[in-house]
Ligand binder design. Structure first.
Ligand code: C2E
Ligand code: CA
Ligand code: CA
Ligand code: CA
Length: 277
């Protein structure tokens, strides 16, 4: 038994070591990923009740030269912890708006907005609004075409700052979506004072509708959205049953594998062209 214990400890130490080493490796990789052009945005369509496109969400992809594709759920937290998220976030915003501008300036039948994820750390920067304004000016994109997806964590950190930043973004004409809505701890008392355009229902609640036949949470979110006069979009919609249940609850905006996975630009534009014809 003594030997076993020792082995377990050794195993634990090895795991810990690997974890720390891997993290350092990711950090080092992330620091040079922009210059090495290893990042790419994929685009996932958002549709209405008739299945017509209303916009899309830009999702970041990273291909490490040796480790291959690393999911954002792994590398975004590492980038945040290492303080590299600012340069990555700036790259994402710039590339997303550049792509949007190029679609709008050609004969791609692109409809609606483009949503871009903003990390809490990015949003916290004093010059964030200025950064958004500059990038819109740089590519001459009309602000209503840009939607920023922020999480509750990002908004509740410094409430007064948040409210004034959201107001400034709103004045610019940029739209704001509250991502992963319902998974945080924000109180409705706070929410009602936030100038927002959209609530995005987290996939967990959409899954719940099928798994446990439980519609209560989605129903509540729809009610909140109604009271606050916000658009509501459901993410992670994978089946027609989910879409129909959502439609029954009054939700008419969807994103999920049922309609399309996130696609590289070329395939995304094919999807756009096909469904608009
Ligand atoms: P998120 O913002 O909640 O994005 C939705 C995630 O759900 C995406 O995962 C998307 O590919 C996935 N998804 C969409 N529809 C379905 C579906 O029907 N079924 C399933 N199973 N999944 C679906 P992804 O691309 O791996 O991104 C994960 C998270 O990484 C995002 O969650 C977001 O928090 C973060 N992220 C991605 N791109 C960026 C970025 O550019 N900046 C920042 N700060 N975070 C990003
Ligand atoms: Ca998102
Ligand atoms: Ca989300
Ligand atoms: Ca989510």
């Amino acid at each position: 038994a003594k030997g076993m214990g020792r082995n377990n400890v050794q195993f634990y130490l090895d795991e810990l070591q690997a974890g720390a080493e891997e993290k350092l490796r990711l950090e080092d990789g992330l620091r040079i990923a922009i210059v090495n052009r290893e990042f790419e945005l994929h685009f996932q369509p958002q549709v209405n009740g008739q299945g017509r496109m209303i916009g899309a969400e830009a999702l970041l992809r990273w291909r490490h030269p040796e480790m291959g594709n690393i999911p954002p759920s792994i590398f975004i937290p590492v980038a945040e912890e290492a303080g590299i998220i600012h340069s990555i976030g700036s790259w994402v915003l710039d590339d997303a708006v550049a792509k949007l501008a190029s679609w709008l300036n050609t004969d791609v039948p692109y409809a609606g907005h483009l949503s871009v994820n903003v990390s809490a750390w990015q949003f916290a920067r004093v010059d964030f609004v200025e950064q958004v304004r500059k990038v819109l000016e740089k590519y001459q994109v009309s602000p209503e075409r840009l939607m920023l997806e922020v999480t509750e964590t990002a908004l509740l950190y410094d409430f007064d700052q948040t409210v004034s930043k959201l107001r400034e973004l709103r004045e610019l004409g940029v739209q704001i979506s509250l991502d992963d809505f319902g998974t945080g701890y924000s109180s409705l008392a706070y929410l009602k004072d936030l100038p927002l355009d959209e609530l995005k229902i987290d996939k967990a609640f959409i899954d719940e509708m099928l798994l446990n036949q439980d519609h209560t949470l989605v129903e509540s979110i729809m009610a909140i959205g109604g009271c606050m006069k916000l658009k509501v979009i459901a993410e992670g919609v994978e089946s027609a049953m989910q879409r129909d249940a959502l439609l029954n609850l009054g939700c008419t905006q969807f994103q999920g594998y049922l309609f399309s996975k996130p696609l590289p630009e070329i395939e995304f534009l094919k999807w756009v062209t096909l469904q608009q014809s």
